[in-house]
Write a protein that binds this ligand. Structure first.
Ligand code: ATR
Length: 282
C-alpha cells in the first residue's frame, strides 16, 4: 500500500451518484492535504470479500453506501456505538494493528446540522416526533436518544417498521401509524421528516401542523428542494426550521477527521457547492 497520498473512497453499488467525492475533495483542497478521495463500485457478489480484505484495497479508509452498510458492519473487528446500535457502518478505517474499524456517522450528521443551524436546540429535550422508519430514521432515533430526549415517537405508514425500531432502541421510543399524527403533534418539541415525501419527483408530504406548539423546531432531511413544503408551512406559522443539506455534509466530518487527522468545517461555500452540484440551486 502506498503511504502517500493517503487514499479513501466511497464504496457501494452504485456509487456514481455519490456527492462524497465532492465533499472530501473540497476539504482536501481547502486544507492542503496530500490525499485523494475516489469511488469504488463494489458488486454485491464480492462485497463481503471486499470488506473482509479491506486492507488489500490500497485505501486507508472508506465510506460505505447502499446496499453494503450492513455487510461492512458484519465484517468489522471493532464498531462504534452507533454502528453497533444500527447494525450498519458508513465509515471504515484500519487501526494501527490492521484491524478493520467501522462507525456510523449518519446520526452525528443529523446532530451536527442542528448544532450548527439551531444552537441550543437540545437544551430542553422533551418529545421528538420522527416521520418515517427507514435507515435515516434509525440514525435519527439513535441521535436523539444520545442527546437524552425523553420521548421519541416514530410515525410510519408501515407501522411494523416503526415498531421494529422502537423495540430495538427500547425505553423512550414509541411506534405509531399516521392516524395518530394529529394527537402527537400537540406534544412535540422537535419534528423531523425522514421520509422521502416532499422530495422532487416524490409524492408531497401532506400534514396539517395546526396542533404543533410554536416553539417546536422543524427539520426536514429532504434537501431537494431545499425549502420543502413542510419547512415553508412551519416557517409561515412561526416555527423555527432547519433544512436537510447539512446532515449530508456533517456526516462526512468525523470520517474525514479520522482518515486525514484534521476536523473540517461545513462552510456556506461547501453548502452552496453541494447544492449546485445536486442541481438544487443554480
Ligand atoms: P432511508 O433509508 O433513506 O430512510 P427508506 O428506507 O426507503 O429510506 O425509507 C423511506 C421512508 O419513507 C419510509 O419510512 C417509508 O415508509 P414505509 O416504511 O411505509 O415504506 C416512507 N415513505 C415513502 N413513500 C411514502 C408514502 N408514499 N407514504 C408514506 N410514507 C412513505
Amino acid at each position: 500500500m502506498n503511504a502517500s497520498p493517503r487514499k479513501a473512497a466511497i464504496t457501494g453499488h452504485p456509487v456514481a451518484h455519490s456527492r462524497s467525492p465532492l465533499i472530501h475533495g473540497y476539504w482536501l483542497k481547502e486544507l492542503g492535504i496530500d490525499g485523494e478521495y475516489g469511488r469504488v463500485d463494489v458488486a454485491p457478489e464480492i462485497a463481503e470479500e471486499f470488506y473482509r480484505n479491506f486492507s488489500a484495497s490500497g485505501l486507508i479508509g472508506a465510506n460505505v453506501t447502499v446496499p453494503h452498510k450492513e455487510t461492512a458492519a458484519k465484517v468489522c473487528d471493532w464498531l462504534d456505538g452507533a454502528a453497533k446500535a444500527m447494525g450498519a457502518a458508513n465509515t471504515l478505517w484500519l487501526d494501527d494493528t490492521g484491524r478493520i474499524c467501522g462507525a456510523n456517522t449518519d446520526g452525528l450528521g443529523f446532530l451536527g446540522n442542528l448544532d450548527q443551524l439551531a444552537p441550543g436546540w437540545d437544551n430542553s429535550t422533551g418529545s421528538a416526533l420522527v416521520l418515517g422508519a427507514g435507515g435515516a430514521a434509525r440514525a435519527i432515533v439513535w441521535a436523539l436518544l444520545s442527546r437524552k430526549f425523553t420521548r421519541v415517537h416514530i410515525v410510519n405508514r408501515t407501522v411494523e417498521k416503526a415498531q421494529k425500531i422502537a423495540e430495538e432502541f427500547g425505553a423512550g421510543t414509541f411506534a405509531h401509524g399516521w392516524d395518530e399524527l394529529g394527537t402527537l403533534l400537540g406534544e412535540t418539541d422537535l419534528l423531523v421528516n425522514s421520509t422521502s415525501l416532499g422530495m422532487t419527483g416524490k409524492p408531497p408530504l401532506e400534514i396539517d401542523l395546526a396542533g404543533l406548539p410554536k416553539h417546536a423546531l422543524v427539520n426536514d432531511i429532504v434537501y431537494a428542494p431545499l425549502e420543502t413544503d413542510l419547512l415553508k408551512a412551519a416557517a409561515l406559522r412561526g416555527n423555527p426550521t432547519v433544512d436537510g443539506i447539512g446532515m449530508l455534509l456533517h456526516q462526512a466530518v468525523p470520517a474525514f477527521e479520522r482518515w486525514f487527522g484534521v476536523r473540517p468545517q461545513v462552510t456556506d461555500e461547501l453548502r452552496t457547492l453541494a447544492l449546485k452540484d445536486l442541481g438544487v440551486i443554480s
